[in-house]
Design a protein. Sequence first.
Length: 94
Amino acid sequence: MLRPGDRLARLLPAFDIRVVVLAPGGERAFEEAEWRDALVVLERGEIDLESLAGSRHHFRSGAVLWLSGLPLRALHNYGPAPALLVAVSRRRLE
């Protein structure tokens, strides 16, 4: 459990954490802005990244990805279970 004085508790407000679930057989169009500045961990399941040229790259649970700046068209889940992606990015100061 985090206490207010813990180092991690002080760091957490500096980050945004977003969870994306891709259903089995699902596809998600790639939107660069959605993944900008985010470190992405494939927490569970499998995904394929499809490039604009049509090539595909397969990743399994535990993969750590940086999707910013990549020429991607879509993320696919051809596996039998939902894919769970956790994206962590710096919170933007406004």
